[in-house]
Write a protein that binds this ligand. Structure first.
Ligand code: CO
Length: 134
């Protein structure tokens, strides 16, 4: 059912430092910071040949990654995102299998203007999983 790894999202306490690390030390292609108020994050996109890394920093009050950074002050892997061909088919199949879909279970438009859903980390080996319709 799942296809390509779309991205790995890493929550970081210092976005400039993280961007420099990926650009200067690791030699990756790195975007300018992109504020995404609707998602409560500022994102730096790191383009790799086979996938992306998204560096996430809280934006505004009530950011969905603030709690994670409070628990992990040095930052850490926040979620992984897998592509699926049809998000509603994927959701229904996962729910039938007893997996928990976060929120109201309806896809919302993610950072790439495509429908996404998040799956409960306790159902997926302790990892927050995002699925995105490719
Ligand atoms: Co994501």
């Amino acid at each position: 059912m799942i296809g390509r790894l779309n991205h790995v999202a890493i929550a970081v306490p210092d976005l400039d430092r993280a961007a420099r690390l990926y650009r200067d030390t690791l030699g990756a292609r790195v975007s300018a910071p992109v504020p995404m108020p609707a998602h409560g994050v500022t994102t730096v996109f790191v383009e790799l040949p086979n996938t992306k890394i998204e560096l996430l920093h809280p934006l505004g009050a009530g950011s969905p990654i603030q709690g994670y950074l409070d628990r992990n002050p040095a930052g850490g892997i926040h979620h992984v995102c897998y592509e699926v061909p049809d998000i509603l088919v994927a959701r229904d199949r996962l729910k039938e299998a007893g997996m928990r879909v976060l929120g109201d279970g309806e896809p919302r438009i993610g950072a790439h203007d495509k429908p996404v859903l998040f799956l409960h980390p306790k159902d997926f080996c302790g990892t927050l999983v995002e699925i995105e319709q490719a």
